[in-house]
Design a protein around this ligand. Structure first.
Ligand SMILES: Cc1cc2nc3c(=O)[nH]c(=O)nc-3n(C[C@H](O)[C@H](O)[C@H](O)COP(=O)(O)OP(=O)(O)OC[C@H]3O[C@@H](n4cnc5c(N)ncnc54)[C@H](O)[C@@H]3O)c2cc1C
Length: 342
């Protein structure tokens, strides 16, 4: 084993996951260069071991003991690549902090990512679940990415169509799970930028601040303020953001639910389906603010599970299952978990 691969054994991951779970990695490596991934690939024993690719740890629920090679992505770098008639192309390495990257694009005078301000985590993880907020998803601005393929040992370029982006989903959670390590991501930012102000909170913030024609930076500021007011800060109370996906159901099912529960919160989707507000369903089951062991449902937003201090991954899972069971019993709707358990 070369000194490219100096693993730390029995390494604490408590400060590397936003849930603050006191997990320990059997083997931990900070990945600062591609050559480290290539060296793991070249070593049959290391290649065969289970791997956890770790970004900012903001969409993960860890077990106490993570028996795997934990590869913490720390590849750095961001740049403007060029432009054509319609877009400016920018690129960032996987280990760049997402929000700092968004702010950097805004400093370059480039709009397009502002609605995704303040989402925790890294650039490399952003395509995994097609991060989204305030009316946009990464697929709306995605150009392509580079990844290291742990089956072939090659670096591959993956275009948007191949990513199979969907609501909180992509090929990296499906066919390419455990196969691709994302190295860098490229974005196409529109030259004819237009603010996306579909959310009432954003419009309200701008009118309160008497901003009639918002620049991208104004929208970013609005979204930062709204998110800070609504979501728990992982530095203060451990969490992984929204814990459940908003379920998408056919119109007939939504109509039946609406007849039984006239206050049901739902949003029309493509193909006549409806997205149900999972937070509302959970709230109706009386879970908002409730605790189970050392884990609980956030008092201000029922979609968020929190660590009240010392919660284990198993406690979080038990709470999630109890919430799922109650929502199913009351509404016959299955809630799907968003974060990855490892
Ligand atoms: C307070 C809070 C608010 C949030 N708000 C939102 C939101 O509005 N919208 C939203 O979509 N998400 C949200 N999230 C979830 C989270 O921020 C995103 O999913 C984010 O993209 C995760 O990035 P990460 O670097 O922390 O990934 P991690 O949690 O480290 O990893 C997540 C998954 O991606 C894999 N992975 C990470 N990096 C790579 C890589 N380079 N190559 C291959 N696989 C990789 C991991 O193995 C794991 O399976 C929120 C989370 C928190 C804590």
């Amino acid at each position: 084993m070369t000194n490219l691969l100096t693993f730390s054994a029995d390494y604490s991951l408590q400060n590397l996951n936003t849930f603050g779970i006191a997990a320990r990695a059997s083997q931990f490596l900070r990945v600062e260069q591609l050559a480290q991934l290539q060296a793991i690939f070249a070593d049959a024993q290391l290649k065969a071991m289970p791997r956890l690719i770790l970004g900012g740890g903001s969409n993960l629920v860890l077990s106490d003991q993570v028996n795997a090679l934990v590869l913490h992505m720390a590849l750095k770098g961001r740049q403007i690549l060029g432009e054509d008639e319609d877009y400016v192309y920018v690129q960032a390495a996987a280990g760049e902090n997402w929000h700092e990257f968004v702010l950097w694009t805004l400093e370059q005078g480039l709009g397009g990512l502002e609605n995704l301000s303040l989402i925790p985590g890294t650039v490399g993880a952003a395509p995994i679940q097609n991060i989204g907020a305030y009316g946009i998803e990464i697929q709306d601005v995605f150009a392509s990415l580079s990844a290291f393929d742990f089956v072939t040992g090659e670096i591959v370029e993956i275009d948007k169509a191949t990513c199979n982006f969907a609501y909180r989903d992509s090929i990296f959670k499906q066919d390419y799970k455990d196969r691709m390590v994302i190295l860098s991501v490229r974005f196409a930012l529109p030259k004819r930028w237009q603010a996306r102000l579909g959310y009432a909170d954003v419009a309200q913030y701008l009118s309160q601040h008497q901003i009639e024609l918002p620049a991208a930076k104004d929208v970013s500021n609005a979204i930062i303020a709204i998110r800070q007011a609504k979501l728990p800060d992982p530095a203060k109370i451990g969490n992984a953001g929204s814990f459940f996906k908003n379920p998408i159901v056919p119109a007939a099912q939504r109509d039946n639910l609406l007849a039984a529960h006239p206050m049901l919160v739902s949003y029309p989707q493509d193909k006549g389906d409806y997205k149900l507000a999972a937070g509302w369903l959970i709230d109706q089951c009386g879970w908002k603010g409730r605790q189970s062991g050392r884990a609980g449902v956030y008092e201000k937003q029922a979609l968020v599970l929190v660590n009240h201090g010392g919660a284990t991954g198993a406690e979080v899972r038990a709470l999630a299952q109890a919430v799922q069971a109650d929502v199913y019993a009351k509404f016959a709707v299955k809630l799907e978990i968003e974060p990855v358990f490892f």
